[in-house]
Ligand binder design. Structure first.
Ligand SMILES: [Zn+2]
Length: 256
């Protein structure tokens, strides 16, 4: 970092502003480092502030510190350099598009959390909710359905083959924010995680999803039965998981 003497000493106001910006940047960097979070690529100070705010929210709501929550493993946040609002997670690396939202980050942190514990949370959620019934059969059939759709398109037949009966079964409780053919146990866990961090967003997403003209949608609006996400069976599951984190010893990082 540059020392004060390198700045324009003829303009004390500007000098002061730069110092403040530098101080803020290093404060954010230190806060994220303390959480074992590294920012890779060009992130603005505003983005770093938003990232930190999501972590702070997660810590407050889960009553855990980030390092313990993520099994003592580091997390790298990387810009995809592409337009869009999508994110993806590979092991401990979260990649976000340029117009990422706080929800997207929380969702991807759900995947990252799942990876940090060897994907046990995803399996435990499935067991706890008795979700994913007949998934051994449905999953290959969904692949077949998508493959057939692509083949028909190549032949000039534009058809959307999407049979809700083949979707992942959400089990004994509504999915966090609706479902579709891309929904599975991993997405279920990530959506639960995002819903835990942003329960109001989740509630309105579930309400909107319930308006879809498909049969299973009738049960998706969990806000009609529960005041907040934490009261839902999925919210309760996550609460139990986060409480268990307190008594867990960090396990060895796994190569993924
Ligand atoms: Zn996802």
């Amino acid at each position: 970092m540059k020392s004060l003497h390198n700045y324009d000493t003829l303009n004390p106001t500007r000098k002061g502003e730069m110092t403040m910006a530098e101080t803020e940047k290093s404060r954010l960097g230190a806060e994220l480092t303390a959480r074992q979070v590294t920012l890779e690529g060009d992130w603005t100070a505003d983005e770093a502030r938003r990232i930190l705010a999501v972590f702070e929210r997660l810590e407050a709501l889960s009553d855990s510190d980030s390092a313990a929550l993520f099994n003592g493993q580091p997390t790298v946040l990387q810009h995809s350099g592409r337009p869009g609002r999508v994110g993806r997670t590979l092991g401990g690396r979260v990649i976000l598009d340029a117009d990422w939202t706080d929800w997207t980050l929380a969702h991807e942190l759900g995947h990252r959390w799942n990876n940090a514990w060897g994907r046990a949370p995803e399996q435990d959620l499935r067991t706890a909710l008795r979700a994913g019934r007949l998934e051994w059969l449905k999953r290959p059939l969904r692949w077949f359905e998508k493959g057939l759709e692509r083949l028909l398109r190549k032949l000039g037949i534009k058809a959307r083959l999407d049979w809700p009966a083949l979707w992942y079964h959400p089990g004994d409780a509504p999915p966090p924010c609706g479902s579709d053919r891309n929904f599975n146990s991993s997405e279920d866990l990530a959506e639960c995680f995002a819903s835990f961090v942003f329960p109001e967003d989740s509630k309105s997403r579930a309400k909107n999803a319930a308006k879809k003209p498909v049969k299973p949608a009738a049960h998706w609006d969990w806000g009609r039965q529960h005041t907040g996400f934490i009261q839902t069976p999925r919210g309760q599951f996550l609460s139990r998981q986060f409480k268990a984190t307190h008594s867990r010893q960090p396990s060895q990082p796994r190569k993924r």
